[in-house]
Write a protein that binds this ligand. Structure first.
Ligand SMILES: Cc1cc2nc3c(=O)[nH]c(=O)nc-3n(C[C@H](O)[C@H](O)[C@H](O)COP(=O)(O)OP(=O)(O)OC[C@H]3O[C@@H](n4cnc5c(N)ncnc54)[C@H](O)[C@@H]3O)c2cc1C
Length: 512
């Protein structure tokens, strides 16, 4: 059954996780002020699914059960599903900055594919197990945290070669009734206020590292789980109206010999499929990140336009201001278009689901990862220095300063100073505060650092197809009228070229 945001907040009371924030134990996550903005942001995904105007993008029919489920938990089957998911993520992130729950969707879709592939290769029964789990999660309308990024220790060493094996989560014991896992996931979005974690490998593994290729579901309050988190957003800060309402906590999640029954295990040592899970999750997630950051972009475009108006400028008359706004729009809709293309060119998976196109998903995420800094710059450019220089909100109610400040800090006469200041504070909150830095960092590293995207683009891009196009052109004489001699070995004639013999004279070992 679909929950409302209030139901979701209440549902957290059913759990008793071991959570620390800022050095103290949190007794009740649902009532903890420092986590409230994070819970409020996730709650948006619940409330919007119940609104008639959003039902179409925020809910979907799960074909394996026939149930109507929240879009954030749905397994995609068509390009339309992918497009609606993209729109849904943009919608909820436009409202909340980052609604976090799309990570649940991305992991469920990656595991759906990987379990089928593992069963096909190894004769296991992970997929059926996972389907049972999926239907329960959908029926209960849960939110799942993605515990993927390990602490990783020395980045130059593989998991099994670390001095401390606990910097990666791994299986320490295999029992008749389940497995025992141990280790640390370093960055888990919304960790304290999830219902369960989906543990997944964050990299490809070698056969020696088979114990690190583990995927399973763990309730947030399972014995042995500790969450050390930071506050969500800027709770309680008067200058941060937006981030005091909506934010995101991240947590280090420590698994201290946690028992997981087989029902909840979806991969246990199958290294090849572990690698597939990592990359397929990443593709789903990067596709979602595009929607999320487009939602953030909507906020910047709207705030920028309001700031310009409050400053008394007409975008139509001032070319440099219009250029900046057009550049901001170009960036946001440019990477979003990659998400649309990735939906349209989705790839059917043997499991029966659909993957967003990997090249477009990775290009879109790569674009936003670096252009987020330009987005901030452009918002600053059109807004002016007031964004970081204006007096604090306490002055708004100070009888000694309020009237004179209101008189001189207004811009356009028909727009009150209070409105101009409010938009300026929003721009500061989103781009120049600790939260502004946070939005940069999640864009740059969330879903993998840029190098990971570049590798995936290169791995999936059909370069050879393009080579063949050019070769056909050359061979048909379009470019050199048949006089061409190919430089590529084996490509200039049927038998291939003779490779020149190496020089017969001995090559000296040293150059003295
Ligand atoms: C706000 C936020 C929320 C997040 N939420 C989640 C979440 O919910 N779940 C989750 O699992 N993860 C989450 N992540 C983690 C994210 O996926 C990682 O930050 C990302 O994969 C990079 O890993 P890292 O932070 O450990 O950085 P590192 O891996 O240390 O990377 C730092 C730099 O070093 C480079 N580097 C790393 N290793 C090597 C190597 N061996 N050789 C050469 N260069 C290397 C990288 O390319 C990068 O440029 C989140 C991140 C952020 C910022």
């Amino acid at each position: 059954m679909l929950m409302s945001g209030a139901d979701y907040r209440d549902s957290l009371r059913r759990y008793n996780p071991r959570v620390f924030v800022d050095g103290r134990r949190v007794e009740s996550v649902a009532d903890e002020p420092s986590l409230a903005p994070g819970i409020a942001a996730v709650a948006v995904t619940y409330d919007f699914a119940l609104m008639p105007e959003h039902v179409q993008v925020m809910t979907a029919r799960q074909s394996t059960s026939g149930a109507t489920v929240n879009r954030m938990l749905h397994i995609n089957e068509t390009s339309t599903d992918l497009l609606y998911k993209l729109e849904a993520v943009r919608l909820v992130c436009r409202e909340s900055g980052c609604a976090q729950r799309y990570l649940s969707h991305d992991a469920l879709n990656g595991i759906f594919q990987a379990t089928k592939r593992t069963d096909d290769a190894h004769g296991t029964d992970y997929h059926q197990r996972f389907l049972t789990y999926l239907h329960r999660v959908q029926d209960e309308d849960l939110t799942l945290g993605v515990a993927m990024t390990d602490a990783k220790g020395d980045r130059s060493r593989r998991p099994g070669a670390q001095d401390n094996p606990d910097v990666y989560v791994h299986i320490t014991e295999r029992r008749a009734d389940g497995i025992v896992i141990r280790g640390t996931k370093a960055i888990v979005t919304g960790a304290p206020y999830m219902h369960e974690f989906l543990v997944m490998p964050c990299r490809t593994m070698t056969p020696e590292d088979a114990d690190f290729a583990v995927c399973c579901a763990v309730p947030i309050d399972a014995e042995g789980v500790t969450i050390v988190a930071r506050p969500a957003g800027r709770p309680g800060e008067a200058a941060a109206k937006f981030s005091a309402k909506y934010g995101q906590s991240t947590g280090v999640v420590i698994f201290d010999d946690v028992f997981v029954p087989w029902d909840s295990v979806f991969l246990a040592g199958e290294v090849e499929e572990g690698g597939f899970l990592t990359t397929s999750y990443a593709t789903h997630h990067r596709h979602s990140c595009i929607g999320a950051r487009a939602g953030f972009g909507d906020l910047l475009i709207g705030a920028g336009a309001m700031m310009i108006e409050a400053n008394g400028l007409d975008i139509g008359r001032h070319g440099h201001i219009r250029d900046a706004m057009v550049e901001l729009i170009k960036i946001v809709e440019g990477f979003f278009a990659c998400g649309v293309a990735a939906s349209v060119y989705g790839l059917k998976d043997p499991a029966g689901s659909i993957m967003p196109d990997a090249v477009f998903s990775n290009i879109g995420k790569l674009l936003l990862a670096t252009q987020i800094y330009d987005m901030h710059r452009l918002a600053h450019y059109v807004s002016g220095g007031l964004v970081v220089a204006l007096p604090g909100p306490e002055e708004d109610h100070n009888p000694e300063t309020q009237a004179s400040l209101a008189a001189v800090l207004a811009g356009r006469p028909d727009i009150p100073a209070s409105q101009r200041l409010e938009v300026a504070r929003l721009v500061e909150d989103l781009t120049a505060s600790s939260q502004g830095g946070w939005y940069s960092m999640i864009s740059l590293h969330g879903g993998g650092s840029p190098e990971a995207m570049k590798r995936e683009i290169w791995r999936n891009y059909p370069v050879q197809d393009k080579v063949e196009v050019v070769e056909r052109l050359l061979d048909r004489g379009v470019l050199d009228e048949g006089q061409r001699v190919s430089k590529q070995p084996g490509r200039c004639c049927v038998t291939g070229c003779d490779v020149p013999a190496p020089p017969s004279a001995p090559v000296p070992d040293t150059m003295e």
